[in-house]
Write a protein that binds this ligand. Sequence first.
Ligand SMILES: [Ca+2]
Length: 412
Amino acid sequence: MQKRICLVMTLLMLCGLAAPARAQAAQPQIAAGDTVVFGSYEQDGNPENGTEPIQWLVLDVRDDGDAAGAGVLLISQFELAYRPMYEQQGPATWETCDVRPWLNGEFFQTAFTGQQQALIALSPITTPGNRDPFDRSDETKKTEISGGNDTEDYVFLLSYEEAKRSFYFGTTSDYSAMEYRLTAPTYTAAADAWRSDSSDPFASPDAYRRVTRALPRLVSRGESWDVALPSLDDYASFWTAEVTLKDYVSDTDWSLRTPGYEEGTFCSVCGDGSLYQSGRYDDRGHFIRPVLWLNAEALAQDAVAEKATPVSPNTLPNAALAGTWAGQTDQGAAAFVRFDPDGYHMSINVQGAGITETVTCLYEAGEDSIRLMLIGYQGDETNMTYRLPSPDTLELTNEGETQVFTRVADGA
Ligand SMILES: [Ca+2]
């Protein structure tokens, strides 16, 4: 509790996650954190209604100033499949595992049209090795588990290092990064995992949808796509609902291509977004989130790939709250808080007194109240009241303590 109050009463600025609020230029602007719709794959458990469009999260943007080299790094928002990394017991690396030929063969052929395939880069892939940092044996006897030979792949899995660094989206908080790694299997993938373990019928699509409502989801607008962001209640439901994803899928780890501490094991990302570095062998299955570099040209053609527009579940009852506000922490550090005009994203930035930290939050504002959920704190929330005694002054009151902030230019 102390930590939460401290983070809130210290403040911040940053537009961190707020990429969606960025001004639109003539060409579609893409930034890490955006959502892209590209390709399609069976996801809703009903093959008769065809495949469903794939929702991708942008992890990185490469702008080489030359259209041929420009591209966006995409990871599927949801886990699209449940497959063993390799079926036979024995040493395997990314190069020799079973998921690699599946991603670059059946998945590549099924999920993308020929036109789409032509816009996916053939990426040079290097997989770093791994070694148990807690190995107590003599330094000279420690052996690194090899990541295997370099490969070239259209579709691949993230390495441990890529997963660790790719999900910050402008924050400096490891908790925020963890949170952005949250995912869930599609209904189809979850049902596959369920059937590998049980002969009982799996949850209904509606019941399953309720336990995955914490995740942003595509909504068709006819000619274009929106991505509906979860409300704070929906977001908290990932941990706090009476029935959660864990009641249907006990283990939602998604696999990485980096070896674990033993040959034939692979690192993964756990259901709570933390990284599992020691790896495990499992011939039953792991959830798969495909990754690829998409040529930037693809986004200029709506029929090939499209950026989805994020839609906030909130409105802002007092527009004057939006913007960046400067104050001070108890320790004298500069603190900035930024409320985005979408009534949803908020960030806190503290600089000084030995602290440099940017964290992102979700918020809901009423006429004089603010409900704040720190991303990465498993649905914990803080409630405060606010006053705007002048257009340039903001008073925030939390547990009887009031702090005063002054408006500054965005990005100051
Ligand atoms: Ca379907």
